[in-house]
Write a protein that binds this ligand. Structure first.
Ligand SMILES: CC(C)(COP(=O)(O)OP(=O)(O)OC[C@H]1O[C@@H](n2cnc3c(N)ncnc32)[C@H](O)[C@@H]1OP(=O)(O)O)[C@@H](O)C(=O)NCCC(=O)NCCS
Length: 106
């Protein structure tokens, strides 16, 4: 599944995700460089995390060097639950596993 992230009705990025029963797997979030640092990804993710029917858990993995994404998810209340060694290619890099329980307000 995917959602387009918009600014003034103009497409500025996208989110890809999968939902299985009450679990959300965030696969990718992308905002075009010229629209970054305006809260677009944060707002779009907050909306997704409130999706109906209520989701109970959200998961994703990010490159260990992706500080922007790590900050974004930590700001949204995700916690680091593990590391997958050498998970990514080109370049080879560890994946940081992130999880958020969605019983609290986001
Ligand atoms: C990661 C990404 C989606 C963030 O999108 P964005 O719309 O610019 O993010 P927001 O403006 O909503 O930022 C929300 C928070 O994320 C963190 N953040 C975002 N960009 C950051 C950066 N360049 N450096 C450090 N922290 C950053 C901050 O905590 C920020 O809160 P703040 O502005 O109050 O400090 C965007 O940088 C992107 O598309 N990157 C390339 C693709 C990618 O790496 N996707 C993540 C894989 S899941």
């Amino acid at each position: 599944m995917h959602k387009i992230i918009t600014i003034n009705n103009y497409p500025a990025g996208r989110m890809e995700y999968a939902i299985a029963t009450d679990e959300l797997q965030i696969l990718d979030v992308y905002v075009q460089p010229e629209y970054r640092r305006q809260g677009l990804a944060e707002n779009a993710l907050r909306e997704l995390l409130r999706e109906n029917p209520p989701l109970n858990n959200a998961y994703l993995e990010v490159r260990a060097s992706n500080q922007a994404a790590l900050n974004l998810y930590l700001k949204l209340g995700f916690t680091k639950t593990g590391l997958r060694k050498d998970y990514y290619n080109n370049p080879i890099e560890d994946a940081v596993l992130l999880h958020k329980e969605l019983t609290r307000a986001v």
